[in-house]
Write a protein of this length. Structure first.
Length: 117
């Protein structure tokens, strides 16, 4: 099977767009060279993840779903910081961060308070 073209396999990655991954692997290639009638089914290796697209301070980002505000703050490494969060034009109280589920297409504004003198 020398010179055989690699076939791209589409997989969706968490937090990102669909990636093109080459399905040709050395062990699979050597198996096919030894057994020319063998076939490899790559459809079982395709994995899809639910993701949501958010606009955060004007920047588009993707995150694994489901996601609440508290999980987002943790992923952005903002836990323990003094922040204010607005979702689709509405300020979200800190007491609701754990219960507030985010939806695909939500627009968020996050402000981090900075101390100083």
């Amino acid at each position: 099977m020398k010179g055989a073209a690699s076939r791209p396999v589409r997989i969706a990655a968490a937090g990102g767009p669909i990636l093109e991954v080459l399905s040709q692997v050395r062990s699979a290639r050597s198996t096919l060279e030894r057994h020319p009638r063998a076939s490899i089914d790559v459809t079982e290796s395709i994995a899809y993840f639910d993701v949501i697209a958010l606009t955060i301070n004007g920047w588009q980002s993707s995150f694994p779903a489901p996601l609440n505000v508290a999980d987002l703050i943790e992923q952005l490494e903002l836990q323990g910081k003094r922040i204010a969060l607005e979702r689709n034009g509405e300020i979200i109280p800190r007491s609701l961060f754990g219960a507030m589920e985010l939806n695909d297409g939500d627009a968020l504004e996050i402000v981090v308070a900075v101390g100083g003198g």
